[in-house]
Design a protein around this ligand. Structure first.
Ligand code: HDE
Length: 667
């Protein structure tokens, strides 16, 4: 029975209480008032950054005991499974913005360990824009909508952002990452995650080892192209969340391996950069990460608001055995995350919300406050007490900070060891394939093309000159700069020539699999039933998904008279939504299909985005109409019958035919 929030049965939820059929509504209508009152208060403030996010439940499984390095309970027993909740996010856009913004992605993991919640509040990029937390409000103000006009939404392509960046040389390494394809992932399932800062692991003997956390996607990395991202944002602004939802609902659980870079003080002292500087990474070529466990996401929340919106991640949530370093960014975050929950969730009892509550036993004397959900029993709410009641601290099991000796003058200063802002920016750039380098140049050109103040553009090119001459010249030429500026003089003297680190490139580490990816299959009346069946069953067997697209809602009639149920109609499913496409029209239907501009765009877009295209001979007029019939390359694969399916699927693991790119001038 429908009731009020007070539990009272409701007789009529369609009409408010009125005097007569056409008279005024009465104030006495408590059901109406309660319903509207609650509705009016449905929203809570969105996160000041990372407002748009999507989460899922799962577990973390420990491979082997790591007791040598840490006494963290989660790492003591091989095979132990710890419940987890993960929230992915974009940073700059508001809650209702689109998934494919060029942006860093948040990768926040809450592990409900037996000794308290451990939050690794990371990103999909291993470095950050700034070195000191005191600059965070400036950074975020600059990237968000400009305050007078309230636009652009979810975009860094505007004056304020590039003004701040060009005046902040420490951001250059991060800028290379954000202008790369890392910032437009194909799926949340295909991105890496990083803890970014150096943390500590502390073992039972109170010995400390430095650690950096890396999440590696089992399905490999993959990104989309920028001009594709723009179209996806229109065709499906929920592209990433829908992808996560669909794959988890289908039982294809995304998985990441947790890998650790572990090092001691001697390594830190000998490393080229300061391990406390969050604008630097330690290349895997120098320090190989070791796998220690896996994270599997296998269940969507029952309710988005209750779980994903109310989840409160906090960098300061660390269990015994994990500790902080002095990274000034991390130190600042340790204040911010607790503080922000008070604003967002409205009171100090946000740990009572089920998604935030520990799953291990917990006992403390914190009490009362807004929305207290628990009802502690007994007289004693303090300790020590004379009644032998209540919890007591445990010097053995409790959290002990690593006793790092500290001394020095109290001052506002940036360490000299943080001064080199270009070496790793360059290293990242030269570690990319030529295709990826081209994307970085194009992204910089696009972003700066939206900047209206000439001096900002010039100042950015001046920084690029310190990163790579060729890159700077290309961007300057594409921006139509009349003269080349002088290189920026910020601490260039310290720049070192570091070798390439192939681990930093997506394409060098190609996924080489179509598993987890999606094929768009265009059908019409008369589509070859045997070929379609062979294709769809081979895809299912390979762990890939597909959608059937027909010119009309509903579907089409196959060659054997059976009905093909379509997932999408052509006008609602542009090919940017798929990793590759197959064109299976029949001879009888092709003349009509060719008249559809959506069909032409479907093919032309797939070609321009360097995708693989399987096609039956009957589709040739469509290739002609799309203007690609004379440019057939190895990415266009003929499907004359079921026997060609295996070969076609074999090619798809390459994901894109980047060799085609110079011909289609994709930016
Ligand atoms: Fe955050 N960040 N951040 N951040 N951050 C927040 O906390 C902050 C930084 C990250 O899915 C806020 O609950 C400061 C780095 C993620 O709920 C806030 C600084 C990294 C999320 C906050 C940083 C992150 C946040 C806003 C500079 C990667 C989303 C809402 C020192 C290692 C968590 C909230 C979720 C969210 C502050 C920099 C990751 C305001 C002050 C570096 C993934 O507390």
């Amino acid at each position: 029975m429908l009731t009020t929030a007070q539990g009272g049965p409701v007789s009529d939820d369609q009409n408010s209480l009125k005097i007569g059929a056409r008279g005024p509504t009465v104030l006495e209508d408590f059901h109406f008032r309660e319903k509207i009152f609650h509705f009016d208060h449905e929203r809570i403030p969105e996160r000041v950054v990372h407002a748009r996010g999507y989460g899922a439940h799962g577990y973390f499984e420990t491979y082997e005991s790591m007791s040598k390095y840490t006494r963290a309970d989660i790492f003591q027993r091989a095979g132990e499974k710890t419940p987890a909740f993960v929230r992915f996010s974009t940073v700059a856009g508001s809650k209702g913005s689109a998934d494919l913004a060029r942006d860093v992605r948040g990768f926040a993991v809450k592990l409900y360990t037996q000794e308290g919640n451990w939050d690794i509040v990371g990103n999909n990029i291993p470095v950050f824009f700034i070195q000191d937390a005191i600059k965070f409000p400036d950074l975020v103000h600059s990237v968000k909508e400009e305050p007078d006009r309230a636009f652009p939404q979810a975009q860094s392509a505007h004056d304020n952002f590039w003004d701040f960046i060009s005046l902040t040389p420490e951001s250059m390494h991060m800028i290379m990452w954000v202008m790369s394809d890392r910032a437009i992932p194909r799926s949340l399932r295909f991105m890496e995650g990083f803890g970014v800062h150096t943390f500590r692991m502390v073992n039972a003997k109170d010995e400390s080892t430095f650690v950096k956390f890396h999440w590696k996607p089992k399905l490999g990395m993959q990104s989309v192209a920028w001009n594709e991202a723009v179209k996806i944002n229109g065709a499906d602004p929920d592209f990433h969340r829908r992808d996560l939802w669909d794959s988890i609902q289908a039982g294809n659980f995304p998985e990441w391996e947790l890998q650790l870079q572990l090092f001691d003080q001697a390594f830190a002292d000998s490393f080229d950069f300061d391990v406390l500087d969050a604008t630097k990474l330690i290349p895997e070529e120098i320090l190989a990460p070791i796998p220690v466990g896996r994270l599997v996401l296998n269940r969507m929340p029952d309710n988005f608001f209750a779980e994903t919106e109310q989840v409160a991640f906090m960098t300061q949530n660390v269990p015994p055995g994990i500790d902080f370093s002095n990274d000034p960014l991390l130190q600042g975050r340790n204040f911010s995350y607790l503080d922000t929950q008070l604003k967002r969730l409205g009171g100090p009892n946000f740990t009572h919300i089920p998604i935030n509550a520990p799953k291990c036993p917990f006992h403390h004397f914190q009490q009362d406050g807004h929305m207290a959900m628990r009802s502690p029993v007994g007289r004693v709410n303090y300790q020590p007490n004379s009644f032998g009641e209540g919890p007591r601290e445990s010097p053995e099991r409790g959290f002990r900070s690593f006793a790092e000796p500290e001394e020095g003058p109290k001052q506002r200063i940036r360490a000299e060891s943080f001064a080199d802002h270009y070496s790793q920016a360059r290293q990242f750039y030269i570690s990319q394939t030529p295709t990826e380098q081209g994307h970085i140049a194009a992204a910089l050109t696009f972003e700066l093309s939206k900047v209206k103040t000439p001096v900002i553009r010039e100042r950015m090119v001046a920084h690029l000159l310190n990163i790579d001459d060729g890159l700077a010249k290309k961007v300057a030429a594409d921006l139509g700069l009349k003269a080349m500026p002088k290189p920026a003089d910020a601490a260039v003297a310290t720049r070192q020539d570091l070798g390439a680190a192939p681990s930093l490139s997506i394409l060098e580490n190609g996924a080489q699999q179509f598993k987890g990816r999606k094929l768009g299959i265009l059908v019409t009346d008369g589509t070859d039933a045997a070929l379609l069946k062979a294709l769809t069953s081979a895809l299912a067997k390979a762990g890939s998904s597909f959608e059937i697209i027909a010119p009309k809602v509903g579907g089409a009639k196959a060659s054997d008279g059976s009905f093909i149920e379509a997932d999408q109609m052509l006008a609602g499913a542009p090919s940017v939504l798929y990793d590759a496409v197959a064109l299976l029209p029949s001879q009888a239907a092709i003349a009509d299909l060719v008249k559809e501009s959506t069909a032409r765009d479907f093919v032309a877009d797939a070609f321009a985005r360097c995708k693989f295209i399987g096609y039956v001979e009957a589709a040739t007029p469509l290739l002609e109409k799309a203007g690609i019939a004379d440019s057939l390359d190895k990415g266009l694969i003929s499907l004359s019958g079921p026997k060609d399916v295996a070969g076609f699927l074999g090619e798809l693991g390459e994901l894109r035919l980047w060799d085609r790119e110079p011909k289609v001038k994709m930016s």
